[in-house]
Design a protein around this ligand. Structure first.
Ligand SMILES: NC(=O)c1ccc[n+]([C@@H]2O[C@H](COP(=O)([O-])OP(=O)(O)OC[C@H]3O[C@@H](n4cnc5c(N)ncnc54)[C@H](O)[C@@H]3O)[C@@H](O)[C@H]2O)c1
Length: 415
């Protein structure tokens, strides 16, 4: 029994899924492979990822491999009701709707976890957390899982250090075919898509402040520069700060950046990156948004308390009037701007990330009796397989090492 907004929306959802399928060549090849190999026959897969068309296609690929799917979103604002309807129309189990309250969101995750999954596909750690904390009796059913994002991985590593992680998890985010493309080019493009379509304002000439110069921040800053913004980076890591300087950006503390920024984007995976102290220093009309996994980077709750007046300024943008008379604007309630105010990463990017998810899930099943560690890196064969499939699709060939070159690269003695 699914729990979605309206099954009648399925046709629009199907069109969206058909569109991304056309542009996800890797997943199409994995789908073909899975139809033949049926790696998930008899297994239940629980999945919690932003529920839009690309995720829906991943769900269909896993189902083509024999999985009984139990699906929820990973953020109430990123769920698309028509896409959810299309999946239910195809016989998959979905528990999600756009704009779910905290209580509904929790109920939806519970529904997926209580199905008793054998494989978990997580984005940010919500499923893994819930099964450990609320359904420990279901842990023995779990073969393992895959984690999509940086923030989820930080949580998993902390859990494992504390001896609390009870089944193996593959760190999908840390595969090169994931973070080098999804975090950098995917976030770089989709964050701007979300901001631009929501604000309809010019980027050129603006002071854009990017908090965090990790893989995502690099992409967001690079594209801001390309659109003619003057980019300011805030960091806590001195090496990343140096990288930003040498990439041609200004680096300063948030306290200082707050005074001159026109548009602020947090993408740190940390909390309280922009708080009251900064709000009060900002220019009238400054716009704030977040691209990090959780909505705790811009302290929207603090801003609401501070504001003397708040009202919607435009679809998906809220305005807050401060006691000093200045107005600040927040896009998508401070949740992931590319998903809360856009359609997420381009299909070709999620194609790579989701091919790794699908192949890693099949790897877990195949190797379930020999998995010793709780924290598992994506095997190099999967990373290279995904890259090779992509190059082949692009019609590109690359060189390979001769035997002499291989020997040279692996030797320590000079001939
Ligand atoms: N929006 C998306 O679609 C999307 C995609 C991938 C990842 N993410 C999320 O984005 C966040 C960042 O991911 P990443 O892969 O770039 O991580 P990363 O670890 O590569 O980079 C994070 C950077 O933020 C810096 N940082 C931490 N705390 C800070 C603070 N208080 N102020 C300034 N800088 C700070 C770190 O030093 C680091 O350089 C995570 O929450 C991740 O889950 C979002």
């Amino acid at each position: 029994m699914s729990e979605i907004r309206d099954i009648g929306l399925w046709e629009s959802g199907k069109r969206k899924i058909d569109w991304v399928r056309r542009n996800m060549c890797l997943l199409r090849s994995v789908e073909e492979q899975f139809r033949e190999e049926r790696p998930f026959d008899g297994l239940k897969v629980a999945l919690s990822i932003h529920l839009e068309a690309k995720t829906a296609y991943l769900c269909k690929v896993l189902a083509a491999g024999g999985a009984e799917m139990f699906i929820t979103g990973s953020n109430p604002l990123s769920t698309q009701d028509d896409v959810a309807a299309a999946l239910v129309h195809d016989g998959l189990n979905v528990y999600a709707w756009h704009g779910a309250t905290a209580e509904e969101y929790h109920r939806h995750i519970s529904a997926v976890v209580s199905a008793g999954p054998n494989i978990i596909i997580d984005d940010g750690g919500d499923l893994v957390n819930m099964i450990h904390n609320e359904y420990p009796e279901l842990i023995p059913n779990v073969i393992g899982g895959c984690e999509e994002t940086t923030t989820g991985i930080i949580r998993l590593i902390a859990m494992n250090k504390a001896g609390q992680l009870k089944f193996p998890m593959v760190l999908v985010n840390n595969a090169r075919c994931k973070y080098l493309f999804d975090n950098r080019y995917g976030t770089g493009q989709s964050v701007w898509d979300g901001i631009n379509r929501t604000t309809n304002l010019i980027v050129a000439g603006k002071n854009v402040v990017v908090a965090g110069y990790g893989w995502c921040g690099k992409g967001v800053a690079m594209r801001a520069k390309g659109m003619g913004a003057s980019v300011i980076i805030t960091e806590i890591d001195p090496i990343k700060a140096m990288e930003a300087v040498m990439d041609g950006f200004k680096v300063m503390k948030m306290e200082e950046a707050a005074k001159i920024g026109d548009l602020f984007i947090t993408v740190t995976g940390c909390r309280d990156v922009i708080t009251e102290k900064s709000f009060m220093n900002m220019k009238d009309g400054a716009i704030l948004c977040n691209a990090g996994h959780f909505d705790c980077e811009v302290d929207v709750a603090g801003l609401k308390k501070l504001a003397v007046e708040s009202k919607p300024a435009r679809a998906n943008i809220d305005g807050y009037k401060l006691p000093n008379g200045n107005n600040l604007f927040v896009i998508g309630e401070g949740r992931l701007v590319n998903l809360a105010a856009g359609d997420g990463h381009p299909a070709e990017i999620m194609d790579m990330s989701f091919a790794i998810q699908a192949l890693s899930a099949a790897y877990l099943v195949k190797n379930k009796d020999s998995l010793d560690d709780m924290i598992i890196a994506v095997p190099e064969e999967i990373d290279s397989d995904v890259a090779n499939r992509k190059l082949k699709f692009w019609g590109l060939e690359i060189d390979s090492l001769t035997r002499e070159q291989e020997k040279y690269l692996n030797s320590w003695q000079i001939d």
